[in-house]
Design a binder for this molecule. Structure first.
Ligand code: ADP
Ligand code: MG
Length: 429
């Protein structure tokens, strides 16, 4: 029975890294397990799990060990990608060689069918629905374990069915299937949650895009009217050539301006893949202020920015833009009768940068402030109450901090602190 207990310890060794992964990695990416960082995390954790299993095996016969290393190995192949899988396999085989030759030989003979099957399945596996993944993966682990057992017993010329160690062997096979089932279930569950978070973030962004689009259309129409007027004037022959030059230049300037409004807007609308890099915070703030300027003008809001140029932070540029956009838009919406929106991006101390978005709008009561970030908390008629939630999630995923100061009737200030990147590393522009 003790041996069965030891095998269950193996099971815990495998489940623990999955929780570790969920806690430390998955929140950092909006598209889980796509980035190479995520893949390296998976392969590292799977390799550690496999090696730890091998450190706590059971020994039914001298020289032979039984453990659940096959499970993390297969998970690594199915979820981690080709390179990760090769790393894990190499690690497991090397360590097994170090542990003893008979065990290594058994492994060399019995693992390849399972490994090859997993490799063949890996590409399609990702597309399957959860139930199919669960059955296939557990069945694979179960059959692989059965094969290992059979070969070990044949190798030793021991009886198969009347074996005194039968409970251990049975537990070994069953636990393979079971551990695989739980592992895949947990992984799928957490991936679904992460995907949902990503979708909410996208949906909230699209909502803002839709609302901005109207004001941008408005903003672009002005220059078009101006250009049309100039073209009409240029139609007549009586215009002196210096005037003609001036009209042409003004017309071109107007067109350039609308072109930049549109391309800014499109850059923000682009779907994004998460990547943390050195980002110029000042540039992002000015960029966001630029996109929103037409919306602000329409609502009688003046935008002031104060930024320290070349203030590099570690962030995802698209996500940072989205955070700024959410906060700026809330600020503008809080000022029904116009007002001043102040955005600053300055160094806080040697390690951190501070970004603030402050308005002179309606403000919030302490009760409202404490409810910020709860999904669906909104005081607006067409509000979703997702903007602040998404904002908090993004800031958290970039290892930052966000605080609110608000007074009813006076205004609100959001203060974000994000880690700075040293200018040297960022390679100053
Ligand atoms: P929505 O804008 O769709 O209502 P948000 O998550 O962006 O959702 O904001 C949630 C709520 O927080 C708002 O409805 C509003 O009551 C409050 N809020 C957010 N920002 C401000 C602000 N700058 N001034 C006053 N209230 C704010
Ligand atoms: Mg909002």
């Amino acid at each position: 029975m003790n041996e069965v207990k030891d095998l269950m310890l193996n099971m815990l060794i495998i489940l623990l890294p999955i929780f570790v992964y969920q806690t430390f990695w998955i929140d950092k990416a909006s598209l889980p397990m796509v980035s190479s960082r995520n893949r390296s995390a998976i392969s590292l954790l799977a390799a550690i799990a496999a090696l730890c299993c091998m450190m706590f095996p059971v020994h039914p016969y001298p020289g032979y060990v039984l453990d659940l290393r096959l499970v993390p190995l297969l998970i690594g192949i199915l979820y981690g990608g080709f390179r990760a899988a090769l790393m894990i396999i190499a690690g497991v085989y090397l360590y097994s060689w170090h542990l003893g030759v008979p065990g290594f030989l058994v492994m060399a003979m019995t693992y390849p069918p399972a490994i090859i099957t997993a490799f063949l399945l890996a590409a399609r596996f990702r597309l399957w629905e959860r139930r199919r993944k669960l059955t296939t993966a557990s069945l694979l682990a179960f059959l692989a374990a059965l094969l290992v057992n059979t070969v070990v017993l044949l190798f030793l010329d021991e009886p198969l069915l009347t074996n005194p160690h039968l409970p251990v062997f049975a537990a070994y096979v069953v636990l393979h299937g079971f551990t695989m089932w739980i592992s895949v279930y947990l992984i799928e569950n957490m991936r679904e949650k992460a995907a949902l978070r990503f979708e909410i973030q996208q949906a909230e962004k699209m909502r803002i895009m839709g609302q901005l689009a109207a004001s941008i259309a408005h903003e672009v129409r002005n220059p078009m009217t101006v250009v049309r007027g100039f073209l009409q004037l240029l139609q007549s022959d009586q215009i002196p050539s210096d005037k003609r030059q001036m009209f042409l230049k003004l017309g071109i300037d107007e067109l350039d301006r609308s072109e930049s409004i549109i391309s800014n807007y499109l850059a923000f609308a682009r779907p994004q893949v998460s990547r943390i890099e050195a980002v110029d915070a000042a540039e992002r703030v000015e960029h966001a202020a630029g996109i929103i300027s037409s919306y602000a003008t329409l609502r009688n809001v003046e935008i002031n920015t104060r930024t320290t140029p070349g203030l590099f932070i570690e962030a995802d540029p698209e996500h940072l833009s989205q955070v700024l956009m959410n906060l700026i838009k809330n600020g503008i919406e809080a000022m029904q009768h116009g007002g001043v929106l102040t955005i600053i991006a300055v160094p806080d101390d040697a390690e951190n940068a501070r970004i603030e978005v402050a308005d002179t709008g309606v403000g919030m009561t302490p009760d409202e402030t404490s409810r910020l970030g709860n999904p669906f908390f909104s005081t607006k008629q067409d509000g979703t109450g997702l903007g602040i939630m998404v904002t908090y999630q993004i800031i958290q995923s970039m290892n930052g901090k966000i605080e609110v100061e608000s007074a009813k009737g006076a205004g609100t200030r959001f203060i974000i602190t994000l880690p700075r990147k040293s200018d040297l590393l960022a390679g100053r522009k």
